[in-house]
Design a protein around this ligand. Structure first.
Ligand SMILES: [Zn+2]
Length: 302
């Protein structure tokens, strides 16, 4: 019997509302993801499901989904819930978060200087293997009042990793659920290792993790939940694309809205383009009256 993933009718007040099959559940259960339009409230609701159900039962399921949507609306603002994915903060306050990935790199001090010059704090998603190399930079980052978070140990593309594991498992007649379980275990070990080195170097607890390439899968969320990480992607980011700073800047400026989580990269070398974009973004955000804060501050609304 083929698994179907029926799309739920969009509910008023929700930008994303649909059914997702739970991996390995053999079509027996789906998780209904409810997310408010403001993005800060998200909840996965497990519902039993059988593709052979009658129209009447489907209607009942839809009614349950609607009830869940209404319930999700009344959720408190999401600060840091392990296993959930955040892509932007509350839109009710004129605040945004600047986030920097792939460091600490040789040019990270330039970003720290820029942020200091403008007296703002940002969040740095660090790679464990670089934290080990540049512990002093991590210390300076937290001493300057910035937040540090995990970007995994060595930037493995877990989408590709899962495919490779699946190919091995399939070759010996195994199921996709086994591959997911194995990939999840690898990710959990990776997250824990990264968390340990960041906490040792910074003296700060790691709450947030951004997956390399922003990969989002149920098993990724499940791994994050086990480790105690809230997953964070981004509202907008483009500095890794080709093109000059002036070509890429309009995209960032267009994304300057309350609650935005902007992604840039301090890691790697030749970051002059990103530095130019970052300074222009900071100035434009100030002009718009948008306060730039760390992720924790953005999500707590504090
Ligand atoms: Zn990255």
């Amino acid at each position: 019997m083929a698994c179907r993933e029926p799309a739920g009718a969009p509910q008023r007040g929700f930008e994303h509302h649909g059914f997702r099959k739970v991996p390995g559940a053999r079509c027996a259960q789906v998780e209904l993801e409810l997310r408010s339009r403001k993005g800060q409230n998200a909840r996965l609701v497990p519902l039993n499901f059988d593709p052979q159900w009658s129209r009447r039962r489907w209607l009942r399921l839809s009614a349950l989904a609607l009830f869940g949507s209404v319930a999700a609306r009344s959720l408190p603002a999401l600060a840091a819930t392990p296993g959930q994915l955040i892509t932007h903060g509350p839109t009710s306050q004129k605040r945004i978060a600047l986030t920097f990935d792939d460091g600490p790199g040789p040019e990270t001090p330039k970003f720290l200087a820029l942020l200091e010059k403008h007296r703002i704090h940002a969040t740095f998603f660090l790679l464990g293997e670089l934290v080990v190399l540049r512990g002093a930079t991590v210390k300076k980052t937290v001493q300057a009042g910035h937040e540090v978070a995990s970007h995994t140990y060595s930037h493995i593309n877990y989408k590709a990793h899962y495919k490779a594991v699946l190919a091995k498992i399939s070759a010996r007649g195994g199921k996709a659920s086994e591959a997911e379980a194995l990939a999840k275990q690898d990710l959990i070990a990776d997250m824990r290792k990264t968390q340990a080195v960041i906490e040792k170097a910074s003296g700060k607890k790691v709450t947030y993790c951004r997956m390399p390439n922003g990969i989002d899968r149920p098993w990724v969320r499940s791994a994050a939940k086990e480790v105690g990480h809230t997953l964070v992607n981004w509202t907008y980011g483009a500095d890794w694309n080709s093109g000059s700073a002036s070509t890429l800047l309009p995209g960032y400026l267009g994304a300057l809205r309350p609650g935005a989580i902007l992604l840039m990269h301090d890691g790697g070398s030749h970051r002059a383009k990103t530095l130019t974009i970052a300074e222009a973004v900071i100035k434009a955000a100030r002009e718009k009256g948008l306060e730039m804060v760390t992720l924790s501050q953005l999500l707590k609304g504090a």
